[in-house]
Ligand binder design. Structure first.
Ligand code: ADP
Length: 620
């Protein structure tokens, strides 16, 4: 990870923005936190104050009524405030338990709304994984910010109160040494110098320890990512299970995994040792400070500048001050080290969508008469130096069928990605009814298309919601579309009809469906949306050529007057189509119907047809 120095002012802005964001994501939290902090401050001084008052009132011979009130305030008052504090603390903790889940959900929303090109970027995925790893490993990032910031504010207020008492104590020292202001100043000065020296020592030791601890935590971030990889992405993966067994990878993987665990534990051990060292130092400094404070107070009381009962109040305040100071310091060091993780989170949210979003409405046409034209389009993927589509020009009309065939890697899927504006061309333009598609409102433009991609996914949600992609839907239309794609029988067998969850991953009442059925659900999803264009981008690639041909030609009957675009690397699947476009190395090289194309003996189509013929002639 590249080290980046963040300036203090920027660090403040980053943390403030992060904190406000977390608070805005957790409903009602800012108010609850304020109330909790206030109660905590009152709670921590309550018994010091009223106990001192009670002892002083006894010494001063106050009336019985005053003493009874003192006792009531010390006992009942303390109980009530402690109860309130505990309730508020519990509520605060409870709401804070969302301090990672909700910001994480916010990141998911960002991922789903960012330009598609980011989804294909390994850098973006790694940035997201680093944010996750830091949060999982040590709660680092915005989550940690939440837990660090509240106590810092709380302790700072407590320090202010302690400071007020200390200022009063200083003024009393002039009473103790009345007539000798120089002596008073020397006494108070010597005390505060010693106090400050001890504070500085404690500060230094704490800072060093906290920084080292953070370095250990940070060293475990890449380890954590590797841990995730080994477990969830490799050893537990069904697909990898075969390779693991075939190549006897167990030993190799276990050795690497053990080494990784050793590295993780080494860092955890390092943290423990640093903590231990810090505690020894801090304990010694605190003992010295306590001694110093009691010496000061004893001198003041012996000179009659303060009442004996107030000794515990002042001693409490001053040792609390030291404790709070140390605590704030520790938290601030952590806050500062955590800043870069908050920044990582915020920077991720700030990734700008580069795609120009037009405003032009898409003309609503009952006759669905749209013309799409690719005009001299070239395209290369971000970060690549190779054009995947080169000077690619084609035109096709709605209501037509277009098949796009070509070898694997020739640019067929890229053509669809450009058509759906998942990417914009590097050169040239794509026109809808003569207007550059970038000028159209993207939502409206996108609503013209339904695509079933090769790597389509069916989430483990109820069948009806899956087809409609909505919680509310027209059940009769969903049923009709399921019948049309040949899933009527499956639907009748579903225990809860359209409400039956697909797959048993998250619901034991779910129903597992086969790969072929999943394809049909994906096709039903495309048809339900009744868009002007429906595209099959080889969702059937895992099937044999004949099965793919059957699905494609059946689909052709289903789409009626809509435009259908069929993508396949198998020519046989698309031979029914009257308009076949052949792509080779990003170029549109041939176009025509099967009979025309196969006649051209010099053409790629003829060559591919003959090469592939063996696959579909065997069963023909
Ligand atoms: P087809 O659908 O014809 O099999 P694609 O359009 O998927 O081909 O890919 C065309 C070329 O673009 C291939 O060489 C592929 O490796 C490359 N490619 C696809 N996606 C990306 C990407 N996200 N980044 C870089 N190169 C890509």
């Amino acid at each position: 990870m590249k080290e980046e120095k963040i300036r203090l002012g920027d660090a403040f802005k980053i943390n403030l923005r992060g904190l406000l964001l977390v608070y805005s994501l957790i409903p009602g939290n800012l108010f609850m936190t304020g109330l909790y902090i206030l109660t905590d401050v009152v709670y921590s001084y309550w018994d010091y104050f009223f106990l001192a008052k009670f002892v002083n009132d006894v010494i001063l011979g106050s009336s019985r009524e005053v003493l009874v009130w003192d006792v009531i305030l010390v006992t009942i008052g303390q109980t009530l405030i402690s109860y309130l504090f505990n309730v508020l603390q519990k509520v605060w903790f409870y709401s804070g338990s969302n301090s990672w889940e909700l910001p994480n959900a916010h990141l998911n929303e960002k991922m789903m709304s960012m330009d598609y090109e980011y989804m294909e970027s390994e850098t973006i995925h790694n940035r997201r994984r680093d944010i996750d790893a830091m949060a999982r490993h040590s709660g680092g990032g915005v989550c940690k910010l939440f837990w660090l910031a509240t106590p810092i504010v709380e302790k700072m207020i407590q320090m202010l109160v302690a400071f007020g008492y200390t200022a009063y104590l200083v003024s009393r020292s002039f009473v103790a040494f009345s007539g000798e202001p120089l002596k008073a100043a020397a006494f108070v000065g010597a005390f505060f110098l010693a106090f400050a020296a001890l504070l500085l020592l404690s500060m230094k030791k704490n800072k060093v320890a906290a920084e080292r601890i953070y370095q250990y935590e940070e060293a475990n971030v890449p380890n954590d990512r590797q841990y995730e990889f080994y477990t969830t992405e490799y050893m537990e993966k069904e697909e990898c299970g075969k390779t693991i067994r075939m190549f006897r990878q167990q030993n190799l993987l276990s050795t690497h995994f053990k080494k990784l665990l050793e590295a993780i534990h080494g860092n955890i051990d390092g943290m423990g040792k640093e903590n231990q060292k810090r505690n020894v130092w801090v304990g010694a400094v605190e003992a010295l400070v306590s001694g110093l404070v009691y010496f000061l107070l004893a001198v003041m009381a012996s000179k009659g500048a303060i009442l004996v009962g107030s000794i515990c109040l002042y001693a409490g305040c001053m040792t609390n001050f030291l404790y709070h100071f140390r605590f704030c310091l520790e938290q601030c060091v952590e806050l500062s080290a955590n800043t870069k993780y908050v920044k990582m989170y915020l920077d991720f949210l700030d990734i700008p969508n580069k795609k120009y979003e037009g405003t032009l409405p898409v003309e609503k046409r009952d006759d669905d008469q749209f013309t799409i034209e690719f005009r001299h389009v070239s395209f290369r993927y971000p970060g690549s130096d190779r054009d995947v589509l080169k000077d690619f020009s084609i035109k096709f009309q709605i209501g037509e069928r277009l098949a796009v065939v070509g070898k694997n890697g020739s640019g067929k899927t890229t053509f669809i990605k450009l058509l759906c504006r998942l990417y914009d061309p590097t050169e040239g333009e794509i026109l809808l009814n003569g207007i550059d598609i970038r000028k159209y409102d993207y939502g409206e433009y996108l609503s013209l298309f339904s695509v079933v991609f090769q790597d389509f996914k069916i989430p483990a949600l109820p069948l009806g919601e899956n087809v409609a992609v909505s919680r509310e839907y027209d059940a009769s239309r969903v049923k009709s579309v399921l019948e049309r794609v040949g899933l009527g029988e499956l639907l009748r067998k579903m225990p809860d009809g359209l409400d039956t969850p697909l797959y048993t991953d998250f619901d034991k009442n779910g129903v597992d469906i086969s790969g072929g059925e999943a394809q049909k659900v994906a096709i039903a999803r495309a048809l339900y949306h009744d868009t002007s264009f429906v595209i099959l981008d080889e969702p059937t690639a895992a099937l044999d050529p004949l099965a793919e041909y059957e699905i494609y030609s059946h689909f052709d009957d289903l789409v009626g007057t809509k435009t259908a675009v069929y993508i396949s690397h198998r020519l046989s699947s698309c031979q029914f189509c009257n308009d076949i476009l052949v792509i080779d190395e990003g170029k549109a090289v041939q176009r025509g119907n099967h009979e025309e194309l196969v006649k051209d003996r010099e053409g790629l189509y003829y060559m591919l047809w003959n090469t592939q013929a063996q696959y579909y002639q065997t069963e023909g």
